[in-house]
Design a protein around this ligand. Structure first.
Ligand code: SAM
Ligand code: DTB
Ligand code: SF4
Length: 333
């Protein structure tokens, strides 16, 4: 029915993006059903293992030292409480545990060694394990892979041309470089973006075009709606509509049929009906638990009720592994 589009042109992405929404959702739902069990959603849990005090100036972020959000800088959590949080996440039905650190880049030493221990410990529980730690060197990516890391999250966030309007302390190319090191080390790539930053439709099309044209599409594509945090430069941004999220998800699903498309930040304000449209359009993962990294998220019970109402089921632990570690690539395709 629907052909897989590989290396889509900018024009073909724009054409998809501009389709009438229900046609687009219908097409995306078809692609979704060809590649995934449509009733299965992967539940992931986030934990901020090192909160705030970040030297980067990402305009959306509560954790930057450049902004006036109320968070106070903390040091890296100890190993045991992190493993306990992962155990609880698993008991509550998560199959992927994602740890975030507010660093510009990873520095070798005790803290990185502790993160490697966290990765090993979470992996041993039979969970997929993901971290987002800022920029990496190729050697650090290799050490994470050896520790058993499933995925590294490093978003492109928006288009290359809009990027400098949101972040000045690093470049788009820095992001692409780290993503390349992760890919080359044989770790799966979690890379997506965020809408509602003040970007145009063209920027959203550019982001999706870039993601789908990476040497290999990311195995995981988080789509976030801006959570406007008081004290950040984007605190007054108007909230995107759920239909804008649905459109992003549908185009991502069609362009990257085998990837997990994650309905990420921004679910708190969404009704079950709005989220249902996202699942129909091909989203097949959510973050569960009352906190994302620093901002609130729906309660476990609410999500459980949503799954019941929609006839969805959480991916089971024995299904973990299909998106697990791959064999290291010697060269990028
Ligand atoms: N420090 C890590 C890095 O350099 O990639 C990132 C952690 S950051 C919290 C991961 C992603 O979450 C960001 O790239 C952005 O897409 C998303 N994000 C961060 N703050 C957000 C907010 N206030 N609303 C929505 N999404 C947000
Ligand atoms: C992603 O794209 N979204 C998640 C995960 N990757 C790390 C983080 C969302 C963070 C939302 C803002 C906060 O809670 O601080
Ligand atoms: Fe730092 Fe990441 Fe926040 Fe940017 S998004 S300020 S890199 S924690």
């Amino acid at each position: 029915m629907s052909m897989q589009i590989t290396r889509p042109s900018r024009k073909s992405v724009a054409q998809l993006f501009k389709k009438p929404l229900l046609d687009l959702v219908y097409q995306a739902a078809g692609v979704h059903r060809q590649h995934h069990a449509p009733d299965e959603v992967q539940v992931c849990t986030l934990l901020s293992i090192k909160t705030a005090g970040c030297p980067e100036d990402c305009g959306y972020c509560s954790q930057s030292v450049h902004h006036n959000a109320v968070l106070k800088a903390e040091s890296l959590l100890e190993l045991e409480p992190v493993l306990e949080a992962a155990r609880q996440a698993k008991a509550a039905g998560s199959t992927r545990f994602c740890m975030g650190a507010a660093w510009r880049n990873v520095r070798d030493g005790g803290n990185f060694d502790r993160v490697l221990e966290m990765v090993r410990g979470v992996k041993e529980m039979g969970l997929e394990v993901c971290v987002t730690l800022g920029m990496l060197s190729p050697e650090q990516a290799r050490r994470l892979q050896q520790a058993g890391l499933t995925a590294y999250n490093h978003n492109l966030d928006t288009s290359e041309s809009f990027y400098p309007k949101v972040i000045s302390t690093r470049t788009y190319q820095d992001r692409l470089d780290t993503i390349g090191y992760v890919r080359d080390a044989g770790i799966t790539v979690c890379c997506g973006g965020i809408i509602g930053l003040g970007e145009s439709t063209a920027d959203r099309i550019d982001l999706l075009h870039t993601l789908a044209n990476l040497p290999k599409p990311p195995e995981s594509v988080p789509i976030n709606a801006l959570v406007a945090v008081p004290g950040t430069p984007l605190e007054n941004q108007q909230r995107v509509t759920s239909l804008e999220l649905v459109r992003m998800i549908a185009v991502a699903r069609i362009l990257m049929p085998e990837s997990k498309v994650r309905l990420s930040a921004g679910r708190l304000e969404m009704s079950v009906e709005e989220q249902a449209l996202c699942f129909l359009a091909g989203a097949n993962s959510i973050f569960a638990g009352e906190r994302l990294l620093t901002t609130p998220n729906p309660e476990w019970e609410q999500d459980k009720a949503m799954f019941d109402a929609l006839g969805l089921r959480a991916m089971m632990p024995e299904e973990v592994g299909s998106a697990g570690t791959e064999t290291p690539a010697t060269a990028r395709a």
